[in-house]
Design a protein around this ligand. Sequence first.
Ligand code: 5AD
Ligand code: SF4
Length: 483
Amino acid sequence: MSMKDIDIDSVNLKMEPLKSEPERQTWFMAKCRQYTEDFERKKGRRPTFFIQTFGCQMNAKDSEKLAGILIQIGYVEAEDESADFVLYNTCTVRENANLRVYGRLGQLKHKKKKNPDMLITLCGCMMQEQAVLEKIKTSYRHVDIVFGTHNVFKLAELLATRLESGGQIIDIWEGTEKIVENLPSQRKHSFKAGVNIMYGCNNFCSYCIVPYVRGRERSRDPKDILMECERLASEGVVEIMLLGQNVNSYGKNLENPITFARLLREVEKVEGIKRIRFMTSHPKDLSDELIEVMRDSKKICRHLHLPVQSGSSRLLKDMNRRYTKEQYLALVDKLRQAMPDISLTTDIIVGYPGETREDHEETMDVVRQVRYDSAFTFIYSKRSGTPAAGRSDQVPEAVVKERFDALLALVQEIAMERTSIHEGKTMEVLVEEVNAQDNTLVTGRLSNNILVHFPGEASMIGKFYDVKLKECKGFYYYGEAVK
Ligand code: 5AD
Ligand code: SF4
């Protein structure tokens, strides 16, 4: 828990809450704590919370912030939806994410009947869509609090408002310039942490809803980022994941512009941090300076996630990706020349409107040429409000399915071959957890992100071990520590 700057105990609730943040939220946290203390007096236990996160690392990070606020208020974490406060942090990048949330909300209705004091909260990307809001207002009246992606820091204030008013509270912002620093955060892991470096996206890829629900690009001040990294290191964190929708354009809009590569150089200097990762890189903005910094770094992991989306230059143009197949392949060459051992992963969309058999073949060809270490393959999902959604040439489902299966088979075949090249080597593993299936094993990651299981125990979590990679099991390894 990072809470150096938060002092709920010194809040005077007789005074009006301040306008400035994060002081205003500290006041509301103190206010909500009166509620949890009351709850404890009445029920003889503290109220519990449960957060379910859908979607990407950004949401995971937001959920840590939300958990941090709830813990400050006096809630304790529960295992499941039997909790007193249930929060879904939603994703809307593909439609099936939305459907899952509606399904779960239906089930919660019964739970709330049994426990009328239960509070249900929705937040995240899905809430930034008007049609979703309308549906919640009319068909999901049992939801108590709704907020979006721009006001995560306001949870305590919204909770206090809900407790006082009793009605459904909805607070959605269209966008914001504001970045609130110094709020609490409850990390999932003791040894690794995500650090936001920027919010939003300006790219408007034609299929993607993210720019509409996460707003315009805003970079955090490098000083704030470095302070957070130093604080995390002082708390024992050894691996940092720098997070942004498009990290390669970090810093361009700051008052004193700075490149992502320069930021990485600074983060590299933070003592105690042993591994640095980042997500996500847009190929069009990946600079030579970044390749140089990665090449010369001892800490930046030998892994790059470089979404290609399609191998067809024609579709890439339509998608507004601003690179061609040839430019992408040239970039991959440059990366491999600088770092022959780099692991490359990607995202690919199948069935984008107007995709022909030739376009699909181009994608298969890129996969064969690049030989990805792994790839996320997605079936195109129509997101209303995006330019691609209005197209009349949507690809028939059966054709998409066939192409998807062929692509997945190819991706997996290559990924297995790529994974197996390390067999017999001894490489450094950061241990992440005791293996869920077999508690005589621990599970960790190599710098290139491959998972390794080897004999060990809980005390090894968060530490580095040289591990001999004895047996490749497709996408992961069984190994044995050598020291
Ligand atoms: N349909 C399918 N996949 C999508 N992605 C983004 N929008 C869509 C969509 N409408 C994928 C992209 C992106 C990843 C996070 O999600 O591949 O890189
Ligand atoms: Fe979506 Fe493109 Fe922005 Fe990625 S870069 S979040 S795919 S619009």
